[in-house]
Design a protein around this ligand. Structure first.
Ligand SMILES: C[S@@+](CC[C@H](N)C(=O)[O-])C[C@H]1O[C@@H](n2cnc3c(N)ncnc32)[C@H](O)[C@@H]1O
Length: 244
């Protein structure tokens, strides 16, 4: 079989160590945002690109009914093992790509797209299809939570200029080569700015509920979501209400 050196191929080779590299559970800022924006349990939550399923135990323990979608075979295996080992009731995962899922329209109260999935999509048209699909699956007034790399973060601006010079791409795009076990994997990333992402979603009728700099939401026990925070943060998370 031909080796897949694309993003999904990279996820396959990273799967076994993914939790060690990126953390195996929900992060503090995610918990805060979930508590702020997710509809109350037992709401139905879709975790798109659920990876190894690091968000599933928390969601399950809170009483949500959860579906996780994951196209990488190795990630999906890790996720299914977690569901079994942790006896996660009310959680189901499927090895599939988001746009092929065959899920019914308006079958979720919330859709999560976390871990920079949106930025890894190379085509603008497919990004739009992802947003349209999230909208289709959400009930009226459902909640869409998405995170993205932040172009305003100075390191990322530099990367974008370097990539443009090398690959003749639009501003915001980067292409990197990541070496794993001696093999190179191509890794695309689009860095968003807050207005770009908000405009794309509001163009589809979503309403912006909030944009936050990840990792800087809590300070001294208080919620911090000022503009400076999301300008300077490498990632931001945005919450949207679906149209109704
Ligand atoms: C960086 S990981 C984040 C995983 C998880 N959401 C987290 O936050 O830990 C992005 C995930 O999206 C998955 N993914 C990539 N393309 C996808 C697609 N078309 N549909 C659904 N998931 C996809 C990848 O396989 C990968 O597991």
């Amino acid at each position: 079989m031909k080796e897949d050196r694309t993003y999904i191929g990279l996820m396959d080779v990273l799967a076994a160590n993914f939790d060690v590299m990126y953390g195996s559970g929900i992060r503090g800022h995610e918990m805060t945002l979930f508590e702020m924006h997710l509809p109350k349990p037992p709401a139905r939550v879709l975790d798109v690109g659920c990876g190894t399923g690091r968000l599933l135990p928390w969601l399950s323990h809170m009483g949500y009914s959860v579906v996780g979608l994951e196209p990488s075979m190795e990630m999906d295996k890790m996720c299914k093992r977690r569901i079994k080992d942790d006896s996660l009731e009310s959680v189901y995962s499927e090895k599939t790509e988001f746009l092929n899922s065959q899920l019914e329209s308006e079958s979720f109260d919330a859709v999560l797209m976390l871990g920079n999935l949106l930025g890894s999509i190379e085509s603008r048209g497919i990004t739009q299809n992802f947003l349209r699909e999230a909208k289709r699956l959400l009930v009226p007034d459902g909640v869409f939570l998405v995170d993205a790399s932040n172009i305003m973060y100075c390191g990322s601006i530099l990367k974008c200029y370097q990539s443009m010079a090398r690959h003749h791409m639009r501003f915001g795009d980067t292409v990197e080569t990541v070496a794993v076990k001696g093999r190179d994997y191509r890794f695309f990333n689009h860095f968003f700015n807050v207005w770009d992402l908000s405009r794309r979603l509001s163009g589809m009728g979503f309403e912006v509920r909030g944009v936050y700099g990840a990792d800087s939401i809590y300070k001294n026990g208080k919620l911090v979501c000022g503009a400076r925070k999301y300008f300077m943060n490498p990632f931001f998370i945005a919450a949207f209400n679906s149209p109704y």
